[in-house]
Design a protein around this ligand. Structure first.
Ligand code: SF4
Ligand code: SF4
Length: 519
């Protein structure tokens, strides 16, 4: 039994019958809004605590597809439609799961491809390590990700949600199959014939716990690396209480999410669903119902379009409700584009299957734009699909040019506080500076600092032992620069150059301004 067959559940097609027929569907967002607005009606009676009868006032608006009219949760038991899109999604989902599990075990230059070491404030992505001080790079990287999502949504709608989001991937291709296994609905889905109780319920919880623990361990390995994780697993919890607590909380959150919260994440918590209306336009590709072809819907088999007489008025939708019964978020795509639609394509597969059975062409529900459904010429090219890639190119170029300035070490010269210069013996002038060094090389390094220009400048490192740095270490090293007083110009300035070398042969040249007497 599917959600549409659930006895407690109001049939969404009846809801459409009530409002949708009076306002012929345009298939757009406007229709969905119109279909949701109706006058308040009185619901069924129920006894209140003090014994009086209380009549429920049904909400004037459709609030959430997963809420009953009395505010209780409507649990989703979607039917399964194993059509062509489902098969493609399953391949992608398993590939993504394999990538997620294996990535922390791979190595690029001695580090995993992705290591988000929050404690050390280092973020390694595909062999490049960013420090917390790389604010510009991190900001540009985040902007690149954000713009890519905006562009992908403008072109292909919520393609991320339906095909790659971990919530969809694990919910639809890992946890729902586990549910169906224990509920005896494998291969078809829908509401179990008997409620899940006793040993089967406990066994399902146990399987969930094991799977969530495995996922939580893999997830945390992206933050601490597999070596630390393996060490913690082999040692008792009291030797690493913080790590154990983090692991327990992560497992608990995953368990809560996949057991109880489920599709609510997409409906009420995920900001992306809320933003999508700003990112989509009438030419974005979405999962859409062809209301021109489907309406007016009418139950029962009908002849193919070519054989129908002129008097035939029924559209191709046979009102079987199958597209609603398979929807994991419980909506009716025939009401138009809705916030709850995660582009999972189950309604496409279900409707194609129905069309095959009744001998009508596939594609009553399909990937198309709202303009495409209305028969308007469209195409990919429009303002946002030109402007977004241009901005992406600019930000990407900026990111790579800033990345190109990253060295195996950072070095910066700053003037020490106090007098700009002082006179010392032999007619010499002294400037006090400070060298800021950050070792990014991935190994211990000893640095050398040499004054190269102008002639006659002598550089002395006050604490030379500080020039030996462990990987990722940063120090501030005091320096003094002595030079003959004739070096500075009439304005009391002279440009000087310092060279810094590491043991790998990397060199950086820094220029700075010597200050001295005006000559
Ligand atoms: S599955 Fe297709 S034919 Fe059946 S109700 Fe949905 S749109 Fe109509
Ligand atoms: S309307 Fe269709 S594509 Fe959207 S969530 Fe429901 S089944 Fe998936």
């Amino acid at each position: 039994m599917g959600i549409a067959d659930s006895p407690e559940r109001k049939d969404p097609s009846q809801e459409h019958e009530r409002v949708g027929r009076e306002q012929p569907s345009s298939g757009g967002l406007e229709t969905a809004v119109a279909a949701r607005n109706s006058l308040p009606v009185l619901g069924p009676s129920r006894a209140s605590h003090d014994g009086f009868d209380e009549t429920l006032l049904v909400s004037p608006e459709h609030v959430l597809s997963t809420l009953e009219s009395d505010g209780s949760r409507r649990w989703m038991y979607p039917l399964l439609s194993t059509g062509r899109f489902w098969k493609r999604r399953r391949i992608i989902a398993y590939l993504l799961a394999i990538v997620f599990i294996t990535l922390p075990h791979l190595s690029i230059g001695g580090k995993p491809p992705i290591l988000l070491d929050v404690a050390a404030r280092e973020f390694t992505i595909l062999g490049t390590t960013f420090l917390a001080t790389d604010t510009l790079l991190l900001a540009l990287g985040m902007l690149l990700i954000f713009l890519s999502v905006v562009l992908a949504t403008a072109i292909a709608g919520r393609v991320w949600c339906g095909w790659a989001c971990p919530q969809t991937v694990y919910m639809e291709f890992l946890f729902r199959p586990i549910d169906r296994l224990f509920e005896g609905t494998s291969g078809k889905g829908g509401k179990p014939k008997k409620p899940l109780v006793g040993v089967r319920k406990v066994a399902r919880w146990a399987v969930y716990l094991v799977v969530c623990m495995l996922l939580a361990h893999t997830f945390l390995s992206y933050f601490v690396g597999v070596e630390a994780l393996a060490r913690w697993i082999r040692t008792p919890p009291w030797q690493h209480p913080t790590a154990f607590l983090v692991m327990t909380v992560t497992t608990g959150l995953m368990l809560f999410h996949f057991l109880f919260f489920r599709e609510q994440l997409c409906l009420i918590a995920c900001p992306y669903g809320r933003f999508q209306s700003a990112m989509l336009d009438h030419r974005s590709i979405i999962v859409a119902y062809d209301h021109h072809r489907g309406e007016p819907r009418k139950k029962g088999r009908r002849p193919a379009a070519d054989d129908r007489g002129e008097a035939a008025t029924a559209g191709d939708c046979i009102d079987c409700n199958r597209c609603v019964a398979v929807c994991p978020t419980g909506i009716d795509i025939r009401n138009g584009l809705q916030l709850e639609c995660v582009n999972c394509t189950q309604c496409i597969d279900a409707c194609d299957d129905v069309m095959d059975r009744v001998g009508l062409p596939r594609g009553l529900i399909r990937f198309d734009s709202q303009d495409g459904i209305d028969g308007k010429s469209g195409g990919l090219l429009r303002a946002r699909t030109v402007v977004y890639p241009l901005i992406l190119l600019i930000v990407g170029g900026l990111f790579y040019s800033v990345l190109g300035t990253k060295y195996s070490f950072d070095a910066r010269l700053v003037r020490a506080p106090g007098n700009p210069f002082s006179r010392i013996q032999g007619g010499q002038v002294r400037n006090s500076l400070r060298l800021r060094l950050v070792n990014r090389s991935g190994q211990e390094q000893e640095y050398r600092v040499i004054a190269t220009q102008p002639a006659g400048v002598a550089l002395q490192v006050i604490e030379p032992e500080k020039l030996k740095l462990a990987d990722r270490e940063s120090v501030m090293v005091p320096l003094v620069v002595d030079f003959p007083s004739r070096v500075t110009s009439r304005t009391g300035h002279a440009d000087a150059t310092v060279q810094i070398l590491d043991e790998l042969g990397n060199t950086r040249e820094l220029t700075y301004r010597l200050l001295g007497p005006a000559n």
